[in-house]
Ligand binder design. Sequence first.
Ligand SMILES: Nc1nc2c(ncn2[C@@H]2O[C@H](COP(=O)(O)OP(=O)(O)OP(=O)(O)O)[C@@H](O)[C@H]2O)c(=O)[nH]1
Ligand SMILES: [Mg+2]
Length: 328
Amino acid sequence: MPTNLPPEALEAEKRYREAKSLAEKIACLEEFISLIPKHKGTDKLRADLRRKLSKLRAASQARKKVSRRGSAFRIVREGAGQVVVIGPANVGKSALVAALTNATPEVADYPYTTWAPTPGMMPVENIQIQLVDTPPLDRGFVEPELMDLIRRSDLILLVVDLQTYPIEQLEDTIAFLQKHRIVPRHLKDRCREQRHVTFKPLLVVVNKNDDKSSDEDFEVLRELLGDEWPLLPVSATTGRNLEHLKQAVFERLGIIRVYSKPPGKKPDLSTPFVLKKGSTVADFAGKIHQDFLEKLKSARVWGSAVYDGQMVQRDHVLHDGDVVELRI
Ligand SMILES: Nc1nc2c(ncn2[C@@H]2O[C@H](COP(=O)(O)OP(=O)(O)OP(=O)(O)O)[C@@H](O)[C@H]2O)c(=O)[nH]1
Ligand SMILES: [Mg+2]
């Protein structure tokens, strides 16, 4: 910010920075712009601020629209699991969702770009997993519905920026979640208060590890944090380690893919049914159709059974990649 602005403009800028609600931010920014003297030296600043203002206005319009139709924070679940991508501002949450899914959230080199959650589908092998980009959590205010979205999700990807105080970012975000009674599942045993707390599987995605030159920084981070956190170094920009991240998400979701085989025919291996780990033949039958579950006489399994095509009971536990033939 140029320091040669008149004091009343600097005061307005301070009010703008500290504004808590979107409406307040818009009002303060309008006032700030009006107090900046118009000359060549302030051309760029005024243009930047006007752009910011029109973004804030657009966000406000979008919110009004969605609030009439229902909340922007109610993201319809799709695919094999819903994964929320959360963290402080400017760490690359939107860039990651853009790199991994078909969605195109706005990515910008200034903080507080994202205002509403944006879902996108991430293909992993032959299934699709939903990733939800979210607004940053280190704002002055956070919508209770955003916290509900996090509570309802199947997995949290907490993104930090390797190049900008990642430890503080991790600690602050965990403290913030804890304040809202959301605790990483792997810390459950250490949590004194267990009532009304939601325990969620969580992976820490250490973004902006663009190339070999930042590997050392990541190793230092890993050493400082010890083995308490599941850390995944990636780069949304260069695509480094993103395949690994996809696999890690798939594994953490605790799901298996099971293929249906009609009697006497080949299974369709391109469209699996997705079930929770530990699911049985009966769960699989129920997933296809309630009728199947009720009328199920026998089942044969290729894959996890002792031998291919083995007859199994309804309570036989299935594994990822199993092919099942149900007979009714
Ligand atoms: N070097 C580098 N820059 C990145 C990477 N990922 C994102 N960025 C940059 O970081 C800035 C912020 O990216 P965003 O994706 O908008 O960050 P965000 O976390 O969604 O930010 P908010 O929506 O404001 O919370 C942009 O300038 C991106 O180009 C990365 O892997 N490496
Ligand atoms: Mg964003």
